[in-house]
Design a protein around this ligand. Sequence first.
Ligand SMILES: [Zn+2]
Length: 426
Amino acid sequence: MTLAIKNGHLIDPASGISEPMDVLVEGPTVKQIGKDQSADELLDAAGCVVCPGLVDIHVHFREPGYEFKETIKTGSRAAAHGGFTSVVTMPNTNPPIDNAGMVEFTLRRAREVACIKIHPAACATKGREGRQMTEMAELKAVGAVAVTDDGADIESSWVMRRVLEYANMCRLTYLAHCEDASLADGGVMNEGFNSTKLGLPGLPKAMEEIMIDRNIRLAALTGAKIHIQHVTTAGGIEIIRRAKNSGVRVTCETAPHYWTLTDDAVTDFGTNAKMNPPLRELEDVEAVKNALADGTIDCVATDHAPHTFTEKDVEFQIAPFGVVGLETALALTITELVEPEVISIERAVELLTSAPAKVLGLPAGALEEGGPADITVFDPKAEWVVDPEDFESLSGNTPFAGRTVRGRVQATVCDGRIVYQRKRQP
Ligand SMILES: [Zn+2]
């Protein structure tokens, strides 16, 4: 079987291509990139961008343990719907992914039920308790692509140093959720004017920045590769910028809600605007945008964190942290960054494809002859209204419901198979 994706505008940041081009797919691979391709099956991409399948290195698929929020199957469908063909799943499941058997379980489930590619990250410490290291060499041997205790930081600097040393020896990147637990304790939203007004306990920016700084210093000390997850503050970005300039092996990501919303959203959207780290202030949103444009922030990741309606339908203080993101990420990138000319469409595609793939060395994020046929086709001009009812995710906890956005996925192809295609409207 061959498939031709015709009449689209091809953007492949890895090779620097941005021009009208057809893509010919044969089986699971890209056979040819060029003009006037013909094939058994045709996918018309007129008016659309054709790019490598999107890559998200930070998602929570909740299996095992919390299958009522999301499963590997529903998470993969949400990913395909959002244009993603490769994701890295976080290990804070129940039980956590802290041994080889659990990594194998994730990969086996993925083979059985997922329509896209799942790359598991594994815990850095047993039970994510921040005390005893996991068997990282073994975890890597069975397919873990990174180690992390995401959801929390490692409190002890001594343990963190050992973790980074061992991860470095195993050539694994540590994904760092930076949070000083003692400073964050009890906080539910950004500490500032709004938290005072609402009478809610705050999460100061320092809780994040102290640990970004500590973790980077330990990375410098050990020579390890560290990736800072979900950076949200101007101060945190400044620390990372300085570290990069002085040669530390540090990369970082941010999520779409951090360049789209401030903590004002807590008043408007309630618990669907509750996540950790929390939404910050205008100066932070501006700093995030600038850092995406100048390359200080390496890539976009969604931190897709599904919770059910019932779990979120409670008082702000007791609601769980987290929002879903896979099905709105591309549109929020286009609407909030490309259309206002903060970044180019090519940079947007890079932030969602080759850049995240490069952070972890994943075999994804590029379109090349002979390479995997993981391809996303999206209409950058198409306008739509976010409606969680349309999500493939089991959960709909988004602060963007009802928001009009631009940029819609028309088709997602993974290993040459169309895993999502938008139905034509009558
Ligand atoms: Zn996190």
